[in-house]
Design a protein around this ligand. Structure first.
Ligand SMILES: Cc1ncc(COP(=O)(O)O)c(C=O)c1O
Length: 371
């Protein structure tokens, strides 16, 4: 992977500061920054009017949403719902989907999920929805599929699960989880926030019903996206003004509208992944879809090298305990690595590393400490 090429795409890195908080959020692409200005300079008008600039604004936003749809491989661009954060989109989903649920219906959540995919479901207990918790195996720190099969019943309406643990970096076998969930007649809602910055998200390949992630972790601004299968989205009530109809997807899930300039800026992300491919390979025989795949594969390989370097170091310090898998295998984990040291508080380790902010060192990559 050509690091100079990558760095050049992120203007904030020119200051030389080494950011190590990628597990929490990424730097933004220069392309995204430029598109935000471009939107304000050329299209900052009311949408839906007959004059040319308004029509152009509507068209460029439609085009940006189609680019996102292509990036996630959604069958239909109507299935792309934009919102301010993953937390908000998951909350909107929980409110809308549960309208048609009855007391006694069940939702399965996990104890390895971020609160964003937990609280919104737990709050449904107030209307009689039963919440079951799928716990990670305390030895392996993995979600055991047999345990899911034990929990799931003919009352299960939804399984809410993360694609990747934001604390341990473990990748969950979502395709397999989706199959078990669908066999039981239930739906699956996946939090992809910790996964999407590192690997390609292909919602059709995964066969998930709902998939949510945040762009500020995937080289973009503070916005999030939710994919939902169209018939499911049409079949549930929305949360927008009353005059929106069932088929007004995605609008009925975007109360107060989505952020136009930031949505417009998102098209820089798929563009970057295609540029990334074109820079690394001279042939041009791949489709854009294949280029997304190939680019993420290069990233995964590079990340595995970095993860291996850090894990080898951590394993060499006998006091350190790694929380979760100690394998660098890119099919099993992303390079978010948690560890504890008996003598240092996690915050102390961070402060020590802070002092090396401009230096190349083994620490220069995704690293998250655990208490
Ligand atoms: C796994 C995971 N899910 C959800 C969220 C919440 O995302 P947002 O800040 O967009 O609400 C985070 C934030 O760090 C996260 O790590």
């Amino acid at each position: 992977m050509d690091i100079a090429f990558v760095r050049d795409k992120f203007p904030s890195l020119k200051k030389g500061y080494t950011f190590m908080d990628n597990a929490g959020g990424s730097q933004i692409l220069g392309g995204s920054i430029n598109y935000i200005s471009e939107y304000f300079l050329n299209y900052n008008v009311q949408l839906g009017a007959s004059y040319q600039v308004s029509a152009d604004a509507g068209q460029v936003l439609k085009n940006a949403t189609e680019k996102i749809s292509e990036f996630l491989n959604t069958p239909n661009s109507q299935e792309v719902i934009i919102g301010p954060s993953s937390t908000m989109l998951l909350r909107i989903l929980s409110i809308c989907i549960s309208h048609n649920w009855q007391a006694g219906d069940e939702v399965i959540i996990t104890n390895t999920d971020h609160e964003a995919n937990v609280s919104c479901w737990k709050d449904l207990e107030k209307k009689g929805i039963k919440i079951k918790v799928w716990n990670v195996n305390p030895e392996s720190f993995e979600l055991d599929l047999n345990e899911l099969s034990n929990l799931i019943s003919n009352k299960t309406r939804l399984v809410a699960v993360t694609h990747c643990s934001n604390v341990m970096g473990t990748i969950n076998p979502i395709k397999e989880i989706a199959r078990i969930t669908h066999d039981a007649g239930a739906l699956i809602c996946v939090d992809g926030v910790a996964f999407a910055p590192h690997r390609r998200v292909d919602v059709q390949e995964l066969d998930v019903d709902f998939y949510v992630f945040s762009w500020y972790k995937v080289y973009g601004p503070h916005q999030a996206v939710m994919y939902g299968k169209l018939p499911l989205l049409v079949g549930m009530p929305g949360i927008n003004h009353n005059f929106f109809k069932a088929e007004d997807v995605p609008y009925k899930f975007q109360p107060g509208n989505y952020n136009f300039e930031l949505t417009y800026s998102l098209k820089a992300i798929p563009e970057y992944m295609v540029d990334f491919y074109d820079h690394h390979f001279s042939d041009n025989k791949f489709s854009r879809n294949e280029k997304f795949e190939a680019s993420f594969e290069i990233i995964a390989t590079y990340e595995a090298q970095l993860a291996q370097e850090l894990l080898s170091y951590l394993k060499s310090v006998k006091e350190i305990k790694i929380i979760g898998s100690s394998s660098a295998d890119s099919t099993l984990r992303v390079p978010t690595i948690s560890f504890i040291h008996p003598k240092f508080k996690s915050s102390e380790i961070v402060e020590l590393i802070d002092k090396k902010k401009y230096r190349n060192s083994i620490w220069r990559f995704l690293c998250q400490t655990a208490h």
